[in-house]
Design a protein around this ligand. Structure first.
Ligand code: SAM
Length: 333
């Protein structure tokens, strides 16, 4: 164990046993055999990977060749029909971190560091030029930046309830998006549950990247008492997620679609919430995203047996992306 501390301790992460025990019970029941390899990745932060999403608005000479020298390759197959040409994302199987760029007022950043699975909700949303888009829970802004790599929306409304995180979101947008495109973006600090009533039938696409139990970070909670409290309050998250989804449905125009995503494996916050929406909103239909999942199956490992409108990315060694749940729904009337 001492050796472990020396070699792995530089990441200064300690597993919170109370969370691990809770996950052990819940995820063994929900994921079966798949849980042990997921647990192996989640509890081994030294093998976590990251990807770089290049900023199409800031071209840095030499960046792509320097990435190639360090073993980075395009993270998605170029031939995917829903992948816009401007969308460039790099990853490598080896762990380690490419340096993050500091925020410098007036200077655009060249890339955004992220978990490659967080791009799947954005790809599933399939934003087209000129569409009105709402990112309901937007801070720190990684998916908002990714949406703008794919298309240029008509209106783009980024909302974040938390004051501090909302400032972080504004800073991200400033760091990645140039004039005059930045003027299309509206940042608000509303409770996402109210937006459906405030702007009914206004949007073509809504992303609900919901607050959830963040399995990766919860496992390394510094305070076990606080971790226990959060585990006990987990049920309230499902109810908040359902209300955010209902608001998103209201905010959609008939014919519009929404993508729901979380970074937890928990069924109560994933399929159960989506099933509740499908069972309680008559004007909502599931949208098949299995084609997209097949298209990226080299890069990601998915839980088998999911329905066609949903997917769950399971981290595994060498493809340590996720956890990420994605579901797509359409408002029919
Ligand atoms: N989409 C973001 C990204 O890609 O960078 C990450 C979003 S994070 C998973 C969920 C966010 O929802 C948090 O920033 C949280 O503060 C925010 N949130 C929590 N409750 C909310 C509410 N009622 N309305 C809107 N946002 C909320």
């Amino acid at each position: 164990p001492k050796l472990e501390k020396k070699t792995k301790g530089k990441l200064q992460k300690q597993i919170c046993q109370v969370v691990l025990e809770h996950f052990e019970k819940q995820y063994t029941a929900e994921l079966g055999d798949a849980w042990s390899s997921v647990r192996d990745v989640l509890t081994s932060p030294w093998c976590w990977q990251h990807a770089l999403l290049l900023n199409r608005f800031s071209w840095s000479p030499g960046l792509e060749s320097s990435l190639a020298e360090q073993g980075y390759q395009p993270a998605f197959p170029a031939a995917l029909p829903y992948l816009p040409a401007a969308f460039r994302c790099y990853s490598r199987p080896a762990p380690g971190r490419f340096p993050a760029q500091k925020h410098q007022p007036g200077r655009l950043k060249d890339y955004y560091l992220l978990n490659a699975a967080s791009l799947l909700p954005v790809l599933a949303l399939e934003v087209e030029h000129g569409e009105d888009v709402l990112d309901l829970c937007a801070a720190p802004g990684g998916k908002a930046v990714a949406i703008l790599q794919c298309a240029c929306p008509g209106h783009f409304h980024c909302n974040e309830y938390d004051d501090l995180r909302s400032r972080w979101l504004e800073q991200t947008i400033e760091s990645f998006i140039p004039d005059p495109l930045i003027n299309l973006i509206r940042v608000s600090k509303l409770d996402g549950r109210q937006i459906g009533d405030l702007q009914p039938e206004f949007y073509d696409k809504v992303l609900v990247d919901a607050p959830c139990s963040n399995d990766r970070s919860w496992l390394f909670s510094a305070d076990p008492q606080q971790a226990l409290l959060r585990l006990m309050q987990r049920k309230e998250l499902s109810s908040l997620q359902f209300q955010l989804l209902r608001s998103a449905v209201k905010a959609l125009r008939p014919g519009g679609s929404l993508v729901y995503s979380t970074c937890t494996l928990s069924k109560a916050e994933n399929s159960d919430v989506i099933n509740l929406v499908l069972n309680s909103c008559r004007n909502v239909m599931p949208v098949d995203i299995s084609g997209m999942a097949r298209g990226v199956s080299q890069e990601f490992s998915f839980l088998s047996g999911m329905q066609q409108h949903e997917l769950l990315v399971l981290p595994e060694r060498g493809r340590a992306w996720g956890p990420m749940y994605v579901a797509k729904l359409k408002k029919v009337s």
